[in-house]
Design a protein around this ligand. Structure first.
Ligand code: G4P
Length: 526
């Protein structure tokens, strides 16, 4: 096997996603400890926005600034190169997380045993489903009382709309938590309360052996045997291919805080999780090991320094090898570019790299050349399909508050939208610009950045909108008819696609009823 193929196949690029507070940061930290990337607990600067700061977005941006270095955490573990992509915890930045999911090959979902599946997790899972991303579930906080594990599995299946297969099984929980039976490795992992040490493991192939009673007592041994029998009867054996297709999610139980079940999760993860997967470009499928270098920008992190607009563009390498100072084609510009100081993210340090491989994420210092979704290649005309835009949750008209600065305002809006801060719709009826976001915070971010980076002042005006729907039809006449009838509610998105702005659920339902040949989509990719 060539070195290039070996390098690519040992890469595991993934994101940990969860509803805030389920334990994503804690789990990330424990994984880094196992990888030797950090040496003491508490070393990870949480990318989580502190609860007290939720209304103070400047504080949030400061924290986000600090966290650029931890946006990607790379380390080696047992011959594998692990790249963990961090995602912002605050739900107002959910769009960032969606985009990050375009750059990963698999996902670990953390669920709190007491809280079960929460809203944010449900939404993020939708994106994984759309992209058929393989997921593993880690049920956290087993040292606390929570739901019955079978009920939780049902909830996972129903709420996340995916089949599940437990690969470990808890023995009681909360104060009485004894540990887990590791179905995947056929061993008994015993939990020692209040002792944050590596798990005590006992190889245990036959749970019917009377030895089991010695470890966990009569009652729990009986229950464990019955539970495992039920699992074998109800849940299909784990079929790796089905997992890789994103159709079944292996489930582990543990306690990230107590470092319990984390190593087991990691050991299984590196074995079954995919190395970089083939990526569908508009032109063809790109194969990581066979094709020359290609990659796409999935995130742009602006520097908050108002004096110069410098950013870091995050590139996911889809195929081949990237080399420093080589000439690569910026497909949208149709011109060749060289990068003299690409950075890689190892542990918590950012350092210049000479080479990187498919699966890796590198940071490219940028002064406005890139926008989200841009493709770089060794020369070929390739366009990677980006992530669809989702209908925003909140809408406002953006207006110029300083007539002398309208140029600056328009440039600022364009660039911030290229960065993916929010979505822009232009109303076809009155030409007014509408900004759509997933949370109130983005409006404040946009206003502040327009002023400080572009010297432009904007003001917001309310608009009553329920959803933005991308529309299409196999019947061009009907589409034209619809657009004429709904002229006042028609807009174009940034790519010039037709969008219907429905001001209420009722209006949307009526439109769907009256125009049966028109398809209304809540995301821009269909
Ligand atoms: P997040 O990134 O998903 O938002 O969650 P984070 O890891 O910050 O964890 C949220 C809270 O849950 C933290 O407590 C953390 O210590 C706790 N936690 C994580 N894993 C476990 C676990 O296995 N068992 C128990 N009992 N708690 C767990 P906090 O008090 O909010 O913060 P901190 O002061 O401990 O940092």
């Amino acid at each position: 096997m060539s070195d290039l193929i070996k390098e690519i196949q040992r890469r595991r690029t993934f994101a940990i996603i969860s509803h805030p507070d389920a334990g994503k940061t804690t789990l990330t930290e424990k994984l880094l400890l196992f990888g030797g990337a950090i040496h003491v607990a508490g070393a990870v600067k949480s990318n989580k926005i502190k609860k007290t700061a939720t209304s103070d977005w400047m504080e949030i941006e400061k924290q986000r600034g600090i966290s650029v270095a931890t946006s990607v955490m790379g380390f080696d573990y047992e011959g594998y190169k692990i790249n963990i992509l961090d995602t912002p915890g605050h739900q107002d930045f959910a769009e960032d997380t969606y985009r990050t999911l375009t750059a990963v090959d698999s996902v670990i979902i953390v669920v709190d045993i007491a809280k079960g599946v929460e809203q944010q997790t449900r939404k993020l899972m939708e994106v994984c489903r759309m992209r058929k991303t393989p997921v593993i579930v880690f049920v956290n906080k087993m040292d606390r009382d929570g739901q019955d594990p079978f009920d939780l599995l049902d909830e996972l299946e129903q709420e996340l709309k995916i089949n599940v297969r437990p690969l470990s099984w808890p023995i009681d929980m909360g104060q009485n938590f004894k540990g887990v039976y590791n179905i995947y490795e056929e061993k008994l992992d015993l939990y020692t309360p209040s002792k944050q040490t590596i798990t005590e493991s006992v190889a245990f192939k036959d749970v019917n052996s009377p030895e089991l009673e010695k470890f966990i007592g009569d009652k729990l041994a009986k229950k464990l045997r019955a539970d495992l029998e039920l699992i074998e009867g109800v849940y299909p054996e784990l079929d790796i291919d089905t997992y890789l297709k994103g159709e079944i999610a292996p489930v582990f139980f543990g306690s990230a805080l107590n470092n319990f079940g984390v190593k087991e999760l990691l050991d299984c993860f590196v074995r079954i999780a995919p190395s970089p997967r083939p990526v569908q470009a508009e032109e063809r499928i790109v194969t990581p090991e066979k094709d020359l270098f290609s990659g796409f920008i999935f995130k742009i992190h602006a520097n908050m320094d108002p004096n110069h607009r410098s950013c870091i563009a995050f590139l996911k390498i889809c195929s081949g090898e990237f080399e420093r100072n080589a000439n690569y084609k910026h497909v949208r510009f149709g011109k060749m570019m060289r990068f003299s100081s690409p950075t890689a993210f190892m542990a918590q340090k950012k350092e210049t790299v000479d080479e990187a491989f498919a699966g890796d994420i590198i940071g490219l210092p940028d002064t406005g050349n890139f926008k989200i979704g841009d493709t770089l290649t060794a020369g070929e005309e390739l366009h990677f399909k980006g992530l669809p835009s989702f209908s925003p949750e909140m809408f406002k008209y953006i207006e110029n508050a300083d007539p002398m600065k309208s140029k600056q305002l328009n440039r600022g809006i364009d660039q911030l939208m290229d960065e993916g801060v929010a979505q822009l719709f232009t109303n076809q009826f009155n030409g007014r610009k509408i900004i759509g976001t997933v949370g109130q915070l983005q409006f404040e971010v946009i206003q502040y950045r327009l002023l400080h980076e572009y010297g432009a002042q904007c003001k917001w005006e309310p608009i009553n909108l329920f959803k933005a729907c991308w529309i299409e039809s196999d019947f061009p006449d009907e589409l034209e008819n619809f657009k004429k009838r709904k002229f006042q509610y028609m807009a174009k998105d940034k790519e010039g696609r037709d969008v219907f702005l429905a001001d209420s659920n009722y209006v949307l339902q009526m439109a769907q009823q009256d125009f049966k040949n028109i398809k209304f989509h809540f995301s821009s990719e269909f």
